[in-house]
Ligand binder design. Structure first.
Ligand SMILES: *[C@@H]1O[C@H](CO)[C@@H](O)[C@H](O)[C@H]1NC(C)=O
Ligand SMILES: *[C@@H]1O[C@H](CO)[C@@H](O)[C@H](O)[C@H]1NC(C)=O
Length: 617
């Protein structure tokens, strides 16, 4: 690297500050000495795992029951999980998980975050303890450059200290960094630094004082899927009829270097491993062994290109989105599956409890916000939740068919969830078996009532068919509809005559043929009379039908309006013909008929909408 990238410069500045304050840090806490510290950093994925093996000795007279772990704040803010296992004695044996909490010892630099592990038994003078500390960091391998083209490999940067940062002196220490195996652009070359194949080693370093810190940076190729879920909603619904239904909604992005420039699908399809080396195509979900009814869909529909394998230990689902994901690209999808109730819901002390893993079954995924919803059966009471790490907890109610009071829903929310959070959690609740039969009873009662209604109906109605009131009512209604259709046909013809009459007026202004215009008017008169004669019996029978009370006023209105329209049309027709014979100027004719024109147009509209209304019954 010719000029240090801005990212590195920024980090270097932060580290400098840190070193200044470390120099003034107080000497060792208690009298602990780390006789050996071996750190193994795994950088093969985008989630960084650091395993630190420590051999600790108490060199002082006082027994010690707390062990402090220190991290620079820049690192601590990305710490997603920390676990410490302790074993007392010279040789390693069975280890116990130690409780860990954040502490603020006095007189330490503010740039450091401290955790304290409580030893299961105080460490006596001259005694030795083995500690294995697992720390998992997110957002700690940064793409550099931040944007790459389709064909470029993704390069990333990781920073740490070549020496173990600890409030205790360290006698011997090593650091070993496992890389994914591609190109290594550069790394900080301290004495005793060595790169071989995909392993970068620092040390051994001996006899370092407390708070020793030497910043190191490694810049290397990493094309493994940087699968980051912006949000996952995981719903676990318990049905005491034998099923636990899981539905998971994902919004996943490629969290690596952003794709710059055009994406060429043709390039990608011809040589996906060269022309899309930084992208990823699938994700693997490891489901419980007896998962069934598995589906995978996105907003378009079910996706059948997913693959499924299963054996007695697991069911593996390969999820393949519709397009490869490049840096910055996103996709949303849902997977769902059923699990046997007896594998996950148990009873104890008259209560039931769900015991199931918390996180997503997707491999190596970072979930920036995970919401787990446990939907309990309707009528569940005394709900208690126990999760092995802090979560934000709330409750909701979910309604589905046949629910009356709704189902209680436990809502758990946690940021920055990694595979290490895939631990078991429990939801305890009290549930009365009677409640289980409420919904089936509702169904049975419902069917019974329906059945009874059918019997009653058959007896009263079908057996006396043609004289039954409902049959008659239906027959009458059919008749009304047929009359309405005929009335409609009459009015349609009438409107056609209107149109024809209008057309003769237009012809008149062109040809000046007054005689044919008058003849047309006479013909129209005759047609209107004819239509009126046709309409009369239809109106009479409609009016006499008892079921027409709703439609009748509208039909009546239609008749009046149409008659009005006829009158207006005729008046206008006479006016125009008359003006023409008197040889009035065009403008004067326009003035005389303007008002009539408006009335005709308004009436025509009313007639048409009434016709539409009655046609819709
Ligand atoms: C998708 O598949 C699931 C399970 O096979 C099925 O229940 C669901 O109805 C399907 N959905 C569509 C839209 O085909
Ligand atoms: C939950 O299930 C796991 C795996 O079967 C088991 O190891 C654990 O003890 C169970 N937890 C409880 C509280 O039953």
């Amino acid at each position: 690297m010719a000029t240090p990238p801005p990212l590195l410069r920024r980090v270097a500045a932060a580290i400098l500050l840190l070193l200044v304050s470390l120099a003034s840090a107080p000497a060792a806490r208690a009298d602990l000495v780390i006789t050996r510290a071996d750190r193994k950093v795994d950088l093969t994925s985008h989630i960084v795992r650091v395993l630190t093996s420590l051999k600790v000795e108490n060199s002082g007279p006082e027994p010690v029951s707390q062990f402090l772990l220190a991290f620079p704040n820049v690192q601590a803010k990305n710490l997603a999980a920390i676990r410490a296992f302790g074993t007392e004695g010279k040789v390693k044996g069975a280890s116990t998980l130690l409780p860990i909490e954040v502490v603020q010892p006095s007189g330490v630099p503010p740039e450091l975050t401290f955790f304290s592990a409580s030893l299961s038994k105080a460490l006596e003078e001259r005694k030795t303890l083995h500690l294995d500390v697992l720390t998992v960091f997110t957002h700690s391998v940064q793409p550099f450059p931040e944007e790459i083209t389709q064909a470029e490999s993704q390069l990333v940067v990781y920073q740490d200290s070549a020496q173990y940062l600890s409030p205790y002196p360290v006698k011997v220490q090593t650091l070993s960094i496992r890389l994914p195996g591609g190109r290594v652009e550069s790394y900080t070359k301290y004495p005793n630094a060595k790169l071989s194949d995909s392993e970068l080693k620092y040390g051994p370093y001996e006899d370092l004082p407390p708070f020793s810190y030497s910043p190191m940076v490694v810049h290397f190729e990493n094309n493994n899927p940087f699968a980051v879920a912006k949000e996952v909603i995981r719903e676990i619904e318990i049905s005491h009829w034998g099923n636990v239904q899981i539905t998971e909604h994902y919004n996943i992005a490629h969290g690596g270097a952003k794709l710059k420039g055009e994406f060429s699908r043709i390039d990608y399809q011809s040589r996906p491993y060269i022309r899309g080396v930084s992208s990823f195509r699938h994700l693997i979900a490891r489901l419980p062994p007896r998962a069934h009814s598995i589906y995978y869909r996105d907003e378009i529909g079910n996706i059948s290109t997913s693959h499924l394998w299963s054996d007695s230990k697991k069911t593996q689902l390969e999820v393949e989105p519709r397009f490869p994901l490049f840096g910055g690209w996103q996709t949303t999808f849902t997977i769902g599956y059923g699990l046997p109730l007896q594998d996950f819901v148990f009873s104890s002390d008259g209560k039931r409890f769900l015991n199931i893993t918390f996180g997503s079954p997707m491999e190596e995924i970072l979930i920036e916000k995970l919401i787990v919803k446990v939907v309990l059966p309707e009528g569940s009471k005394d709900i208690e939740v126990s999760v092995p790490f802090p979560t934000k907890q709330g409750q909701e109610v979910k309604y589905s068919h046949l629910d009356i009071a709704g189902r209680p829903v436990v809502v758990l929310e946690k940021p920055d969830v990694i595979p290490e959070h895939n631990l078991y959690f429990q939801v305890h609740y009290r549930f009365n078996n009677i409640s289980l039969f409420r919904e089936p009873m509702m169904l049975i009662t419902g069917f019974f009532l329906l059945f009874m209604a059918c019997i009653v109906y058959m007896h009263t109605d079908m057996s006396i068919s043609k004289n039954s009131p409902s049959y008659l009512a239906k027959a009458q209604w059919d008749e009304i509809q047929s009359i309405i259709q005929q009335i409609q046909a009459v009015f349609d013809q009438s409107l056609a005559v209107h149109d024809k009459l209008e057309a003769t007026l237009r012809d008149l202004s062109r040809s000046g043929d007054v005689q044919s215009c008058k003849a047309a008017r006479k013909a129209a008169d005759a047609q209107f009379k004819e239509l009126a004669k046709e309409l009369k019996p239809l109106l009479t029978s409609l009016q006499s039908s008892p079921q027409s009370y709703q439609i009748w006023p509208k039909v009546e209105e239609l008749v009046t309006k149409e008659r009005d329209l006829q009158d207006k049309l005729m008046t206008r027709h006479s006016t125009v013909v008359d003006s023409f014979e008197k040889k009035l100027r065009g403008q004067d004719v326009e003035n005389r008929i303007a008002v009539q024109q408006q009335k005709v147009a308004a009436l025509r509209q009313e007639v048409e909408s009434l016709l539409e209304y009655i046609s819709e019954i």
